[in-house]
Ligand binder design. Sequence first.
Ligand SMILES: *[C@@H]1O[C@H](CO)[C@@H](O)[C@H](O)[C@H]1NC(C)=O
Ligand SMILES: *[C@@H]1O[C@H](CO)[C@@H](O)[C@H](O)[C@H]1NC(C)=O
Ligand SMILES: *[C@@H]1O[C@H](CO)[C@@H](O)[C@H](O)[C@H]1NC(C)=O
Ligand SMILES: *[C@@H]1O[C@H](CO)[C@@H](O)[C@H](O)[C@H]1NC(C)=O
Ligand SMILES: *[C@@H]1O[C@H](CO)[C@@H](O)[C@H](O)[C@H]1NC(C)=O
Ligand SMILES: *[C@@H]1O[C@H](CO)[C@@H](O)[C@H](O)[C@H]1NC(C)=O
Ligand SMILES: *[C@@H]1O[C@H](CO)[C@@H](O)[C@H](O)[C@H]1NC(C)=O
Ligand SMILES: *[C@@H]1O[C@H](CO)[C@@H](O)[C@H](O)[C@H]1NC(C)=O
Ligand SMILES: *[C@@H]1O[C@H](CO)[C@@H](O)[C@H](O)[C@H]1NC(C)=O
Length: 476
Amino acid sequence: MKSLKSLLFQVPLILDVAFASDVITDPENATTFALTYGFPLLGFAQVSLSAFKNGGVNQLQRSPGLANASSTSVVTPNVDTLYGIGIFDLAVDDIVVTIPSIPENERYYSYAFFDPFGSNFFNLESEPVSIPPGKYLLRRGSKTWGFEKSNNKEYQGYIDSPTGNGVFLTRIEVKNNNTDVMVVEGYLNGTNMSPIPRESGDPIPESPPLTPATFAALEGLSTQQQTLELTARLQAANPPFNVTDVAFIDATLFAAGIHNGTYHQPAGVDLEKANSLADAEIGVYTQTGRQLLGNQWARYNLQGLYGNNFAARSLLAQIGYLNLQESQAIYPFSLTEEGGTTSIAHNEALLYTFVGGKPPTLSPEGFWSVTMYDAEHFLIANSLNVYALGDRSNLTYPDGTPVYGPTSGPENDARAFQILIQAADIAPPINWTNNWLPAPSNGNFSTVLRLYGPTSALTDGSWTYPTVSKIPAITM
Ligand SMILES: *[C@@H]1O[C@H](CO)[C@@H](O)[C@H](O)[C@H]1NC(C)=O
Ligand SMILES: *[C@@H]1O[C@H](CO)[C@@H](O)[C@H](O)[C@H]1NC(C)=O
Ligand SMILES: *[C@@H]1O[C@H](CO)[C@@H](O)[C@H](O)[C@H]1NC(C)=O
Ligand SMILES: *[C@@H]1O[C@H](CO)[C@@H](O)[C@H](O)[C@H]1NC(C)=O
Ligand SMILES: *[C@@H]1O[C@H](CO)[C@@H](O)[C@H](O)[C@H]1NC(C)=O
Ligand SMILES: *[C@@H]1O[C@H](CO)[C@@H](O)[C@H](O)[C@H]1NC(C)=O
Ligand SMILES: *[C@@H]1O[C@H](CO)[C@@H](O)[C@H](O)[C@H]1NC(C)=O
Ligand SMILES: *[C@@H]1O[C@H](CO)[C@@H](O)[C@H](O)[C@H]1NC(C)=O
Ligand SMILES: *[C@@H]1O[C@H](CO)[C@@H](O)[C@H](O)[C@H]1NC(C)=O
């Protein structure tokens, strides 16, 4: 697979392979399908390898603190939440997931469950109702998947996974001060996953256990070979969760050379060609899958759950593996950053004018932020240690009064405020300090707008997105 950047600039070809529900028998076309289908497994491999390095599957790894400019283990780290992540393998065990007690209306948190392809099949969410703290049993669904309430005292409920493997990801909002980081660390310490032997007698589909061998000997292979190997090795444990799709997908993967856990490249197949067709297919979705939000902002229509739109699933995995369902969060992007990054000259700045007022996220269990990254998508060191601005920052209106905090106006205050993106080494006048998001001095950067606990006003056109304008750097 190419990088997202090259994808976005590709001339879209109109192909419909990814939507087909008929078996593809031509090996070349079947390989294109297999690549589109399996691409997100590269993300799963990355997260799994990190889990094996840090102690193994079926246990939660907790982030050591909020990210800063020296955090380089993941791209586009957020500075809004602490997170815990665990790979699950339900081949022989069930997993007891423990959720701590977090006071109602205190903050955003989510407990999200994904299949290895990045589909967010279930969330225990703080919205619309707080979930009861306690123990939940994560198990391989034998027929259905999703949530089942429990009548027994031991568990609050059962989470039935459509797949034998997947990812459990928890995020808990941090309210920007040192004391609060400790509070959230406490909640994270109270979150846990621990395997217990599966109750016998359940008619659970057989699947091979996930081990380091699942990911062995991939180094040195091309990304398309890696994708096809992973698709083969993970196939038995992770069928498509729409049963209607199983027959055509298995038969098409078979035509692509994927069978019984292994991949053998069929004679005459040109992997490079299949790969560029898969890229093109995914590239089509960058155009067709877009919802325009006004003022040159857009988002993707499918997020978290993709049905049988495997091109959308792959695209979203490339932008950020493990996207939550849109009820949890949306990530609109400015079309001025099309292609992944943007740039300003050293004596220039970008001004985001929130003409629609405060972004209407749920209150208090929602939040928003704009985070600044360098061209490699890492945070940028600066003397203020400001990596993001949003609802927990001391933003001010042009008259100097606070946008947020106890003395600010109501949530639906429609007055405009501004965020100034300007080089870290060109300080703006003092009244701008709180609204200044320092940019790299070489001028190449990217930003991410995160809207957690989004209200419908953010997607139905009733809230006006910020205007983005390039101006001379503000120095006096
Ligand atoms: C492969 O797919 C392309 C595009 O859908 C189609 O035009 C072509 O006929 C297919 N080739 C075979 C051998 O089925
Ligand atoms: C960045 O985070 C790491 C890990 O949490 C920490 O050890 C380090 O002191 C932090 N650096 C700064 C500049 O805050
Ligand atoms: C910092 O966090 C603590 C614990 O959540 C909270 O009680 C306190 O009000 C916060 N302080 C500020 C200045 O936000
Ligand atoms: C969370 O657990 C870690 C590791 O055991 C410990 O170092 C830390 O102090 C704990 N934090 C809180 C707030 O309980
Ligand atoms: C399952 O897939 C079929 C065919 O692709 C589709 O018609 C159906 O709507 C899907 N069902 C669900 C629940 O997504
Ligand atoms: C499938 O692979 C296993 C080893 O991985 C082998 O023992 C078995 O014979 C294979 N079955 C078929 C039908 O090829
Ligand atoms: C906001 O201002 C208050 C009061 O000056 C200060 O205590 C706090 O640290 C500031 N918060 C941020 C995120 O800068
Ligand atoms: C700072 O002051 C200037 C001049 O009065 C004003 O135009 C600008 O909006 C102010 N900026 C902020 C963020 O308050
Ligand atoms: C900014 O990015 C562009 C495109 O990636 C690159 O050509 C240019 O050299 C970069 N500029 C600096 C100053 O790093």
